[in-house]
Design a protein around this ligand. Structure first.
Ligand code: GCU
Length: 583
């Protein structure tokens, strides 16, 4: 995977793509449901031009059938609102390659869920996983100056042995949901990836590495002009280990989200990146940012624009969603339950919002399957590779509300250790479940997975899923783990604009009451309590929510409704966070 695409020599392939909806997979399988051979002229990756009078092609791309890329297909045409299946995308393009020896890659920000990619009738590759980037090498022999024929088969059907699995509480938007770019790299000494971060155990030592694209014997330079830093490191087996001490500098934090331009170069390649330098660590029950205890004033959010009921994918979308979080008084966001678009985490860097980033190991994943573990690991590696230079990202989460079992705990433990090994500069966690027992006022988080996380995080819905908000009054929370404690979800539904007395469920007043009781309870949490990210910033589409009056296919636990209007509870949480801010 090539990182930092914004700093590369790129050609965008965003825009209108022609499409074919193919629920019966006719483009991929023949009438005996055998996978079509690459040379099969009826395959939907083959040219749709008839080859002579008698040639009656039974498929074709036409500009009356187009979809915008990036974007999900469900929100672009009412006929697709609930469509899950295969859609073929086609894009023709001319391509003038730059002078000199170059390697060309085709890069996708994300495609949900499975992408089979073909160029000029030849398969470049296949990728699974709906929320992380991937790229394929484009052989020179394949690339034409004119009329390249790029076809992507996108299949977002859900399966039990995928990640996520069959059942989620969010809508499974399908499509080429993020940017598509052609990327040119120098043929030799190309920079493929790098990690440049502060050593968590130090205050000013930078540690990391630079990986080159199969190159031996070169050297890399790491420069930070604003700090007058310029260091050269030798490359061995395509890797340069880097370590150096920074002169006086401004640490990145929500109050001071300062990022420095870091320039990495080889004899043939240069990339630059805005990087903030901060440390994040746990010491006993404390969470330390730059060595100081920090309280996470968070909010959970889906990657969705509520007003249009569509996947978010742009800087403007990120600005709206993170802007609301800032208005709420947040210094942290939980990006649920999958890696959001890169523009979101880059904007969090500049806005000074700490980020919890998560892979969609959600609910009842097939924990006993090695194949499923490999899929989860792949998504974890892709998430970390894309965002490991983001100062805002402090926690890698390996999942949400996974039911306790030995198999599950083994599965999740492997993911936690994989994350830690790949990126020792950040913390790892997962959203654990808590069993409610409304009689017992004492609730303890003793999930066995708590042993392997850095932060013990749990979801609680006391007063919504069980009891009424006043049940919070006597509630006491604790954990058997001497680690920081974090509430990764709490919340209640309210139909935006529906007003009644506070005991009327679905009303804004009930949700407001819920938050008032929760906030009062939070003030009595144990000392190891380091923060919360309530569920959820804005209402979002969910096919599991079918109350015909108060839901209609939406989960309305948002503090902001479908029209972007703030509900009463928004101001309860805002007041609490302003208080916390004043400390
Ligand atoms: C769960 C889950 C969310 C879900 C929420 C809810 O805890 O993690 O994905 O949407 O609860 O029930 O609204």
């Amino acid at each position: 995977m090539i990182t930092n695409i914004p700093s590369r020599h790129t050609t965008s392939l965003n825009g209108k793509w022609e499409y074919i909806v193919d629920p019966y997979e006719t483009g991929f399988y023949d009438y005996r449901y055998q996978e079509r051979k690459e040379s099969d002229k009826e395959a939907y990756w083959s040219s749709d031009r008839p080859e002579g009078m008698g040639d009656h092609k039974e498929f074709g791309y036409h500009d009356q059938y187009t979809l915008s890329v990036p974007g999900d297909w469900n929100s672009q045409d009412a006929r697709f609102l609930y469509y899950e299946g295969t859609v073929w995308y086609k894009r023709s393009f001319d391509y003038a390659k730059s002078n000199g020896a170059h390697k060309t890659l085709l890069w996708f920000g994300a495609v949900n869920y499975r992408a089979d990619v073909y160029l000029n009738g030849h398969k470049l590759g296949m990728h699974k996983g709906g929320f992380t980037p991937f790229n394929f090498v484009v052989p020179d022999s394949l690339l034409q100056a004119r009329n390249n024929y790029l076809v992507v088969r996108v299949d977002n059907k859900r399966y039990a042995d995928e990640v996520p699995t069959l059942n989620t509480d969010w809508w499974n938007y399908g499509g080429i949901t993020r940017d598509v770019q052609l990327v040119e790299l120098p043929a030799r000494e190309a920079i493929s990836d790098y990690l440049v971060q502060l050593n968590p155990a130090s205050t000013n030592e930078v540690v990391g590495w630079v990986k080159l694209d199969n190159t031996a014997g070169a050297s890399v330079t790491v420069a930070i002009p604003a700090l007058h830093v310029q260091k050269v490191f030798a490359v061995k087996d395509s890797l340069a280990k880097i370590s150096f001490v920074l002169p006086a500098f401004q640490r990145w934090s929500p109050q001071t989200p300062v990022c420095y331009t870091v320039i990495i170069s080889t004899a043939t390649d240069t990339v630059s990146e805005k990087i903030g330098f901060r440390t994040i660590a746990v010491r006993g029950e404390q969470l330390l940012l730059n060595g100081e205890p920090v309280f996470l004033r968070g909010i959970s959010m889906h990657e969705e624009v509520p007003q249009q009921g569509r996947r978010a994918y742009s800087r403007e979308d990120a600005a709206q969603l993170l802007g609301w979080a800032k208005e709420l008084g947040c210094n942290m966001v939980r990006l649920a339950h999958y890696p959001h678009d890169e523009s979101m985490v880059r904007m969090a860097d500049s806005l000074g919002l700490l980020v919890w980033s998560e892979i969609p190991v959600y609910w009842t994943i097939r924990f006993g399957s090695a194949d499923v573990l490999a899929k989860a690991k792949q998504q974890l590696n892709e998430m970390i590779t894309r965002d490991h230079n983001r100062a805002s990202v402090i926690i890698w989460s390996v999942g949400n509300e996974t039911p306790v079992s030995v198999e599950r705990t083994g599965f999740m433990r492997t993911l936690l250790e994989t994350a830690k090994a790949k990126d020792p500069t950040r913390l790892v966690s997962a959203a654990l479940e808590v069993k409610y027992n409304s009689e017992k006022q004492l609730r303890s988080i003793d999930d066995p997975l708590g042993e392997y996380v850095d932060i013990v995080a749990f979801n609680e819905y006391l007063g919504w899923y069980g009891g009424t908000p006043d049940n919070c009054r006597g509630a006491q929370w604790s954990t058997i783990y001497h680690k920081p404690l974090f509430i990764s979800e709490t919340g209640a539904e309210a139909l935006g604009g529906y007003h009644a007395d506070s005991s009327t469920v679905w009303s804004e007043e009930y949700q407001e009451w819920f938050y008032k009781e929760q906030v009062a309870m939070l003030k009595k949490m144990p000392a190891q309590f380091v923060g919360i990210s309530p569920w959820i910033l804005a209402d979002f589409r969910s096919p599991r929510r079918n109350n015909p009056v108060y839901q209609e296919g939406w989960n309305n636990k948002g503090l902001i409704d479908h029209r972007g209007r703030k509900k009463k509870a928004f101001f309860v949480l805002q007041a609490y966070y302003n208080q916390k801010k004043q400390g």
